[in-house]
Design a protein around this ligand. Structure first.
Ligand SMILES: Nc1ncnc2c1ncn2[C@@H]1O[C@H](COP(=O)(O)OP(=O)(O)OP(=O)(O)O)[C@@H](O)[C@H]1O
Ligand SMILES: [Mg+2]
Length: 283
């Protein structure tokens, strides 16, 4: 009878088993690590795709914005050309015609006849000077640079009241020129100009009020009318095909402000523009 000593064999087999198990555990751990890494990679891909999409979107918005800027510039140029053509052009033609007639009378030594003509020429020149002044005021009223936006708003409201005498204008300026950060001056002035323009064009109002105020928290411009109210907004939130309100909104946002429009067909329209004072302070 042969009795074999199998102890080394068992030991070897147990060692092999241990090795197997530890290999299995390592393979599982490694597989889990790879799965985690893979998931992280997928997430990263999604994150990058989202970032790319956001970038594409903001590029697109930038393109739209610059197109609008060009359009706004062009329409402003057309308006100035039209005003020059329609107001200064005829005045200068009339002055030229009267001067030619005056020269002719002078040649004929009819000096007495020339006198009323000269008075008319002086009157036409006065009108032309007033036209140039009013066009220049509309482009950039010197009062905005010389004094500040609070005074410029007083001036604007007065001018509006004189031009549209059927609309009573109430102005409440509860801020001094020095209270309003200078980088907001043009925005506030242009916004009031557009809002008043809208009241004259669309509201059929009897009264309009313009309020500029400043407290510790914010600078606000309010234009309220008692007209027919805004039409219902389209699905995209815009009113009609005009650019005025959209430009106001964008102008306000450029300096961290916002435009709120409240409207009621019986009570008219309230346009409120606000800038938080911290954001509004001069940089
Ligand atoms: N105060 C208001 N009362 C009644 N409706 C208004 C008033 N302001 C604006 N609207 C309406 O909102 C629309 C959009 O105004 P918005 O200023 O954007 O354009 P617009 O005045 O028609 O043209 P644009 O300003 O480009 O010359 C107007 O067409 C008008 O129907
Ligand atoms: Mg408008």
């Amino acid at each position: 009878m042969v009795v074999e000593d199998v102890t080394p064999l068992r030991a070897a087999s147990a060692a092999l088993e241990d090795l197997n198990q530890s290999l299995e555990v390592r393979v599982q751990t490694r597989t889990r690590e790879l799965e985690d890494a893979n998931r992280e990679l997928q997430n990263e891909i999604v994150r990058r795709e989202l970032a790319e999409e956001a970038l594409r979107q903001s590029r697109h918005e930038l393109e739209l914005l610059s197109q609008q800027l060009i359009q706004a510039q062009e329409s402003e140029r057309r308006r100035i050309a039209r005003e020059l053509h329609d107001s200064i052009g005829p005045s200068l033609s009339a002055i030229k015609y009267s001067l030619e007639r005056g020269a002719e009378l002078h040649r004929q030594a009819r000096h007495e006849d020339a006198l009323p003509l000269i008075a008319r020429i002086i009157q036409r020149v006065r009108e032309a000077i007033a036209d140039v002044r009013s066009i220049a005021m509309n482009l950039r009223p010197p009062v905005l640079d010389d004094l500040g936006v609070a005074s410029a708003l007083e001036w604007l409201s007065r001018e509006f009241g004189e031009t549209y005498s059927h609309i009573a204008v109430h102005t409440h300026i509860d801020a001094t020129d020095a209270d309003i950060p200078s980088h907001l001056a043009t925005t506030i002035f242009r916004s009031a100009q557009e809002l008043l323009n809208n009241v004259a064009k669309h509201a059929k109002a009897k009264h309009v009020s313009v309020t500029l105020s400043r407290d510790t928290a914010r600078v606000s411009l309010l234009v309220c009318d008692d007209g027919i109210g805004l039409p219902s907004p389209s699905a995209s939130g815009s009113f009609g095909t005009g650019h005025g309100i959209r430009n106001l909104r964008e102008r306000a946002q450029m300096h961290g402000g916002k435009l709120t429009l409240t409207s009621d067909q019986k009570a008219g329209t309230i346009a409120r523009l606000e800038w938080a004072y911290a954001a509004a302070r001069d940089p």
